[in-house]
Design a protein. Structure first.
Length: 329
């Protein structure tokens, strides 16, 4: 059973599974609050080796729209005149074990993680620090990019690192408010108040019109296709395509962050249809030796925060205040 089905489906088996797992969710929530209390009561102190640190995170596991917001924030910060370096966990890659400054140029997803490779593919000049040791990543940012805003992709639950500003994406009315494993929440939802800003709320995320492009970035018109994706919320891809007037003839969903390296993977796709994937999937698929055997197209998905002017003003005021009052340790 896919996690999304367990957490959201109304069928009897999913409902029963959620009820059965609820005691574990309660135990998880209590354990998390105890962990949080260690820092709140001062038994442990979060490190702060760089400033400013802006974290874009969420409370749920996968599929909240956090990554498109991070990409948008890179452009927003640059428009406001800030230098930006992104910290990505490198989930599932060798780079995830510590933290390293990524080299210039295209990154292999198998070495640096799919999200880091995607960031670099979409924004080629974007500096990246990859690895789940976020305190070390902040130290590297201070050493290599001392004047930059360290923009964290995820990490709201990483308490050892002190953030200067946190923005989280969280729906106002979740269908399932339980913590893992009976629900999608990484920590109790009332901890939303830990963030400086929760979206949606004062601000909202607006989706830009989606586009279908080939790997060279050229727009393509598509009538019928097949879909391949490895995401936390895979159903969003065919739904978006159908809203665009594209007929989705078949779908192949794999778990989030799947490497897409299976030797017979393409055998499961119709040979006579273009295969629509996301940018996160494409940076993994392009490493396959047989990638040229199929017509791969990329569904590009971008967002913006509205109202724009108010959000820009809010963000600049907060960052300017941090820069004058915060002292890296």
């Amino acid at each position: 059973m896919h996690a999304t089905e367990l957490w959201e489906s109304k069928n009897p088996s999913s409902r029963f599974a959620r009820i059965a797992l609820w005691p574990l969710s309660l135990l998880y929530a209590v354990g998390w609050q105890c962990y949080l209390s260690i820092y709140r009561l001062g038994f442990k102190k979060a490190k702060h080796p760089h400033s400013p640190i802006l974290c874009v995170g969420n409370l749920v596991s996968g599929g909240s729209g956090k990554t498109p917001l991070v990409l948008h924030m890179v452009h927003v910060l640059r428009e406001l005149g800030y230098e930006v370096v992104v910290s990505s966990s490198g989930y599932g890659s060798p780079a995830a074990e510590a933290a390293r400054v990524a080299p210039e140029g295209p990154l292999k997803a198998s070495d640096w993680g799919d999200e880091a490779a995607m960031f670099r593919w979409l924004i080629p000049d974007l500096p990246l620090i990859v690895g789940r040791r976020r305190v070390l990543a902040a130290k590297l940012a201070h050493q290599n990019f001392p004047n930059a805003v360290l923009l964290m992709d995820d990490g709201f639950q990483h308490l050892p690192l002190k953030k200067d500003l946190t923005i989280i994406v969280d729906p106002k009315a979740p269908t399932n408010p339980f913590c893992l494993p009976a629900g999608p929440y990484r920590e109790p939802r009332f901890n939303r108040k830990r963030a400086d800003l929760v979206i949606p709320g004062e601000f909202s995320i607006v989706e830009e019109p989606p586009e279908i492009c080939n790997p060279r970035g050229e727009k393509r018109e598509v009538a019928t296709c097949t879909v391949l994706c490895a995401l936390g919320q895979p159903q969003k891809v065919p739904t978006t395509l159908e809203e665009m007037g594209v007929k989705v003839k078949s779908k192949l969903f794999l778990p989030d962050h799947d490497p897409l390296t299976g030797g017979t993977l393409l055998d499961n796709l119709p040979i006579d249809l273009p295969v629509v994937v996301t940018a996160k999937d494409w940076v993994k698929l392009r490493e396959r030796p047989d990638v040229e055997e199929r017509d791969f197209l990329i569904l590009k998905h971008a967002v913006r925060v509205e109202p724009k002017d108010t959000f820009y003003t809010w963000l600049k005021q907060r960052l300017n205040g941090i820069k004058t009052t915060s002292h890296p340790q």
